[in-house]
Design a protein. Structure first.
Length: 146
């Protein structure tokens, strides 16, 4: 298989893992909304904590890792992409997504320990962050504006 076919294979795998990653990113803070809402009901809080842990460690972390591996592979096969301004902006958005996921992990640990440092309203607001970043990433990748 030549490099063009490898690139397309990596791109397909990148998209598949990206979809799985974003499914988790879209859902994690929605779980936190209900975790905060039902924090006084021990059985509900435990159930939400379990769902959050499974989402983070079974879906989100592996999907993020695969997305980064396949994206890095694409950059290795086509290093000229790193010379483009739109790619720099896209990579910055990806760094923000990784930071968001790390913050979700911190939030999960604090909520599990009973430290509800975010309100239900704050969790609802934070739930919108991945959507905005996805819009930016898609427009950057499609239109390559810089």
């Amino acid at each position: 298989m030549d490099s063009a076919h490898w690139y397309l294979l990596l791109k397909a795998l990148h998209f598949i893992s990206l979809v799985a990653w974003f499914a988790g990113l879209f859902y994690i803070f929605r779980l936190f909304v209900y975790h905060v809402k039902f924090k006084d009901q021990a059985n509900m809080a435990q159930a939400y904590s379990l769902m959050e842990r499974k989402l983070l460690y079974v879906i989100m972390h592996p999907a993020m890792t695969l997305t980064l591996i396949f994206g890095t592979g694409m950059l290795i096969l086509s290093p000229s992409l790193l010379e483009r301004g739109w790619m720099h902006t896209k990579l910055f958005c990806i760094i923000l997504l990784i930071a968001y996921q790390i913050f979700a992990g911190v939030t999960h640990r604090k909520f599990k320990a009973g430290d509800y440092f975010l309100s239900e309203k704050a969790c609802r607001f934070l739930n919108e962050v991945p959507t905005l970043l996805l819009i930016a990433i898609v427009f950057l990748a499609i239109f390559k504006p810089f």
